[in-house]
Design a protein around this ligand. Structure first.
Ligand SMILES: [Zn+2]
Length: 557
């Protein structure tokens, strides 16, 4: 039958009987060791007082659920002074006292719970023939002890959002091993400082540029150096450049417009439009007869109502002329006296604007215009010119509105009315341009590089300011031989206020920025772990408490 080694049975046990059915394997075992050690005093006991069957769930076997039935003995402790007189024999390394699962099943449940959480983990466990409730899996995860951390020298700290914009926590990462060390429930300077004080071995703290973390690192780890995160430095620099570009936006937009306009025909708005795209071979339409347009039922009803009103108005005035008092007119016509007075105050029937009732002078040209639209020729200016040649007396605006309506009827987009003269695309915003600028030069696309070159050509001051910003970016990317202090000296007297403010901010945090320039540490791995944390958090639909989230982030495989 089953070899005991394959079963991994506890030490000193023997197989009594195994029972296999479709869904499960039940294995009966007995412990045969002659003695058992008292758990309190450690003396070997031989005197068996009673026996009972211990039931344990184990790892599955070939897709079947495995249940163990172990005959366990109760011994009497031989020492008379031992407080424990009777004890059950233990299964060390196999199952903890008083549990109903083996250690190895418990470990598997913990792994499933840390990786998948409660609900998903429970579904997987059922498929693996170790059915477990979601609560059990989460309990296993919460019971996990923190891994013993090795010597901690370089930590990266950053915040992560419980609820974005409202509530934040802090993540601490060992940058040497790229491993999450701890999760803190908030991002207050005090909390982080207390944590750092409890870890006096820390020699370097990498952090973003927030004042709270700077203060926490100074208070909690005065022995440690600080590194400002390079990504955040570049982000701050990009924001400064955005302000610079905003200040020069008029000149930049003009330069970019000139850059975007293709060479060749003059595209100035005031110049007459060329008819190059007009299909001249197309014969002009013959003078079209103005055919009546059938009215919609709604319009007919409106017109009838208006006729009724006009008749009533005339009748009121007629009776009034005959000398009828208002009260009698009201009675005769079934109106209120107020309406009668209102009618009598007016000399003519009030105009009633029938919306949509106007016929267009273009109705007769409708088919011809539809045909042009079907051909894709929707240059309104050219259409208007051709119609005018045929004696159409309406305005350009009228044609524009009519073509728009017909475009809508044809199910086409109404935006691109003048397809022959597509509008010059709007120049990118200062924000977009600042992102193009902050991209590494080797990663910029040719149009982006052309735009940046055009911007530099706008003015000497702008070119100098951007050069200065480039200098800082190169320092941070370690692509420059210059020094931070030399850059700061130049930056602080920059004619541009935004860049000057940026330089002043760097000066106030100079030591950590210098460390960012000189050292290899950065918060990149921390950002990666924050992303992992977000995935775990969302897997639990945002319902996890701090303890569970922390356990999963620290232990998920
Ligand atoms: Zn004892």
């Amino acid at each position: 039958m089953l070899p005991l080694e394959l079963l991994g049975a506890p030490e000193g046990s023997c197989l009594v009987h195994a029972c296999l059915d479709v869904e499960q394997l039940t294995v009966h075992l007995a412990i045969t060791a002659p003695t058992a050690a008292c758990p309190v005093c450690g003396s070997d006991a031989r005197r068996v007082r009673s026996r009972y069957t211990r039931r344990l769930e184990d790892l599955p076997c070939l897709g079947r659920r495995v249940r163990l039935r172990i005959a366990v003995r109760r011994f009497v402790c031989p020492r008379s002074d031992c407080p424990r007189r009777i004890f059950a024999e233990r299964l060390p390394g196999f199952a903890a006292p008083r549990t109903r699962t083996t250690d190895r099943l418990r470990q598997t449940q913990t792994d499933i719970g840390s990786s998948l959480g409660g609900e998903a983990g429970s579904r997987l466990a059922t498929r693996l023939a170790i059915p477990t409730s979601p609560d059990t899996l989460l309990r296993r995860v919460k019971q996990l002890k923190d891994k013993p951390a090795g010597p901690l020298r370089v930590v990266g700290i950053d915040d992560w959002a419980w609820r974005k914009g409202q509530c934040y926590g802090t993540i601490v990462v060992d940058l040497e091993r790229s491993d999450v060390i701890d999760l803190l429930p908030d991002r207050d300077a005090d909390t982080v400082a207390v944590w750092l004080k409890a870890h006096p071995g820390v020699e370097m703290v990498s952090r973003d540029r927030s004042a709270a973390y700077a203060q926490a690192a100074t208070e909690g780890a005065p022995q440690a150096g600080q590194v400002a995160d390079r990504w955040h430095l570049l982000k701050n620099l990009r924001e400064a450049v955005e302000h610079v570009l905003e200040r020069h936006s008029a000149a930049i937009n003009a330069a970019l417009k000139a850059l975007e306009a293709p060479p060749g025909p003059d595209r100035d708005a005031t110049a007459p439009q060329t008819d190059a795209a007009v299909p001249t071979a197309e014969p002009l339409p013959p003078e079209p007869p103005v055919e009546p347009v059938p009215e919609s039922p709604r319009l007919q009803a409106k017109r009838a109502k208006r006729r009724q009103l006009a008749e009533r108005f005339d009748r009121v005035h007629e009776l009034h002329k005959r000398g009828y008092p208002a009260a009698r007119i009201a009675r005769e016509l079934g109106l209120s006296r107020r309406s009668v007075f209102r009618y009598l105050q007016r000399e003519t029937c009030p105009a009633w604007h029938l919306r949509g009732s106007q016929r267009s002078r273009l109705d007769g040209y409708r088919e011809w215009i539809d045909a042009r639209i079907a051909e894709g020729f929707i240059n309104v200016a050219a259409l208007h010119r051709q119609l005018t040649e045929r004696g159409f007396k309406g305005s350009y605006g009228g044609v524009y509105a009519f073509v728009r309506k017909r475009l809508g009827a044809a199910g086409k987009k109404r935006e691109r009315l003048n397809a022959a003269t597509p509008p010059v695309p709007r120049p990118p915003s200062a924000r977009q341009l600042s992102f193009e600028w902050v991209r590494r030069p080797e990663k910029r696309k040719p149009p982006e590089q052309a735009r940046l070159d055009a911007i530099r050509g706008c003015s000497v001051e702008l070119a100098e300011t951007l050069d200065l910003a480039d200098g800082f970016a190169n320092l941070i990317r370690k692509q420059s031989t210059g020094t931070l202090s030399a850059w700061l000296t130049r930056g602080e007297v920059s004619p541009d206020p935004a860049l000057r403010r940026f330089a002043e901010g760097i000066r106030s945090d100079e030591a950590s920025v210098q460390a960012a320039v000189a050292q290899k540490w950065s918060n990149g791995p921390v950002e990666g772990h924050v992303n992992r944390l977000k995935t775990i958090k969302r897997q639990m639909y945002g319902r996890a408490g701090f303890v569970l989230l922390r356990a999963r982030v620290l232990n998920a495989a």
